[in-house]
Design a protein around this ligand. Structure first.
Ligand SMILES: NC(=O)c1ccc[n+]([C@@H]2O[C@H](COP(=O)([O-])OP(=O)(O)OC[C@H]3O[C@@H](n4cnc5c(N)ncnc54)[C@H](O)[C@@H]3O)[C@@H](O)[C@H]2O)c1
Ligand SMILES: O=c1ccn([C@@H]2O[C@H](COP(=O)(O)OP(=O)(O)O[C@H]3O[C@H](CO)[C@@H](O)[C@H](O)[C@H]3O)[C@@H](O)[C@H]2O)c(=O)[nH]1
Length: 459
């Protein structure tokens, strides 16, 4: 099948590569000429595990262009995967979707492709896209919603082995065409790419076929639910610290209940990234626009915003003041295995620390180059080697759980600090090992023996 993918960012590029691997003839279109030039030379502009290795393998069936005229004519499916960043009031800014739709409409030929929206868009957008194309072409085209659920850092894995595929469309033909596009994924009939083994037990992927608007809402509901699971465990973690409990044990204790499930219950610094903040804000705005107050989502956001401030509070409590202190942050990317810095907690914490009069040092094994480009205001803080953030520091905070940080020569690091405090924002370090190495170790939501509160009698 000839497929056009509009937008070659985290979602569009991953989708294009995966579809080419499955045997489709794929055209990736982007307005960013630099990105397209790099891609055409086989250089992915983003860090995503497996992408660089897979790109040359699929190259014969994968084309990159800035010209809609190359990609659209003859395509059976057009996937829109452009950005939908937050607008001023939290509602998504749909200008890139509008621009993509207007550009593609000019090149539609008689083949009647299905236009499917992969970008996360407000309910009603699909119907608007259909109407706009009809207005431009004076003819009806089928439009579908095909929301994407991949996670950055495991984007290819999630694309090849999704939990489900959602297709929202108002005609059976649109569903049938997209079902045919994804058949190898639905039936898991393709040989797993090298380095991306199929999860054991995965034999088929469920298809959720629904109407356009429900599919659009599924995406927002999924992200909001995941976000509130994280905020829930973080709220429990805050209480655990006060009462002398271990929130990681609480998470395991509740997560084994099949009705709750173990995932997204890792207490920590809270969520970051390009999606959760944007999509929960969008849901609030959409609720407001339709007279529905989204109270649970609002609470989840409030808890998450406070998570970053809790790091500042903990450091202030431990160090009395932040003025003149030196604080090292391990990890800048919003999660491991990506170089994405959108809504990265480390950047927010770094700016708050500087505001409080502290000196900051920042390291990341992959995202440092992007941080230098996108956040030159922090240039003095960046360090090339992780051990440099410990030099004469008063505290080090592990913000992003890159596996490399577990391998640091911890036994040699405490003596290099002014005050050997380590705040483990992701609960991944070995508390006993660090304590033995001379650190004062503080986890998140875990009260270790010497910080436990005095016992209180039952009332
Ligand atoms: N990043 C994720 O993990 C993820 C996962 C699921 C869904 N989503 C959603 O998918 C969408 C894309 O997200 P992303 O992270 O890939 O964004 P991104 O910013 O990485 O990529 C968007 C791309 O679209 C291009 N673009 C903008 N206007 C264009 C136009 N008119 N024609 C062609 N290309 C154009 C940009 O140049 C950019 O390369 C968003 O709606 C997002 O919410 C993202
Ligand atoms: O138990 C957890 C799980 C995650 N996080 C944090 O949550 C954020 C988001 O992580 P993750 O969801 O793994 O990455 P994303 O790439 O943001 O993916 C989310 O957002 C995408 C964009 O919409 C969706 O497609 C995915 O399904 C959804 O998981 C990160 O800062 C994580 O550190 C936690 O704090 N605790």
């Amino acid at each position: 099948m000839k497929v056009a993918v509009i937008g070659t960012g985290y979602v569009g590029l991953t989708t294009a590569v995966a579809l080419a691997y499955l045997g489709h003839e794929v055209w990736g279109v982007d307005v960013d000429a630099t990105k397209i030039r790099d891609l055409a030379r086989g250089h992915p502009p983003i860090h995503e595990p497996g992408l660089e290795a897979l790109l040359p393998l699929v190259q014969p069936r994968l084309h990159f262009t800035t010209a809609y005229a190359d990609a659209i004519p003859g395509a059976e499916v057009i996937l829109i995967a452009v950005g939908t960043p937050p607008g001023a009031d939290g509602a998504p800014d749909l200008r890139y979707v509008r621009q993509a739709v207007e550009a593609l409409a000019l090149h539609l030929d008689g083949a009647h492709p299905v236009v499917a929206i992969k970008s996360t868009v407000p309910m009603g957008t699909g119907r608007w896209v259909r109407a706009r194309i009809q207005e431009i072409r004076a003819e009806a085209y089928e439009v579908a919603s095909n929301p994407e659920f991949l996670r950055q850092g495991s984007a290819l894995h999630d694309t090849f082995y999704p939990n489900r595929i959602v297709i929202g469309a108002d005609t059976p033909r649109a569903v049938a065409v997209l079902e045919a596009l994804y058949r190898p994924l639905l039936e898991q009939s393709f040989p797993p790419p090298k380095g991306l083994p199929r999860p054991s037990g995965l034999e088929a992927v469920p298809l959720v076929a629904t109407d356009l608007t429900s599919a659009e809402l599924i995406k927002y509901a999924a992200n909001a639910f995941l976000a509130l699971k994280i905020s829930f465990i973080n709220e429990i973690a805050a209480l655990a610290e006060q009462v002398g409990a271990d929130a990681t044990h609480v998470a395991r204790g509740i997560g084994l209940d099949a009705r709750i499930g173990p995932q997204f219950l890792r207490p920590g610094i809270g969520w970051g990234g390009s999606c959760f903040d944007k999509d929960t804000a969008a849901l609030l705005a959409l609720g407001r626009a339709h007279g529905t107050e989204m109270r649970i989502v609002q609470a989840a956001r409030a808890v998450n915003h406070h998570q970053r401030e809790r790091i500042i509070e903990k450091l202030t409590r431990e160090l009395t003041t932040l003025r003149g202190r030196t604080v090292g942050l391990l990890g800048i990317a919003f999660k491991p295995h990506t170089d994405d810095l959108r809504d990265a907690p480390a950047l927010a914490i770094a700016h708050r620390l500087i505001q409080c009069g502290a000196h900051v040092r920042l390291h990341d094994p992959v995202a440092l180059a992007r941080a230098r480009r996108e956040h030159p205001e922090l240039e003095r803080a960046y360090r090339e080697h992780p051990t440099e953030v410990f030099e004469e520091a008063d505290a080090v905070v592990l913000v992003t759980e890159w596996p490399q940080y577990l391998e640091l020569p911890w036994e040699t690091l405490a003596p290099r600090m002014r005050f050997p405090l380590v705040l483990d924002g992701r609960n991944v370090l070995d508390a006993a090992r660090l304590t033995a190495a001379g650190f004062r170790y503080l986890g998140t939501g875990r009260c270790i023996a010497h910080t436990a509160p005095a016992p209180t009698p039952p009332r």
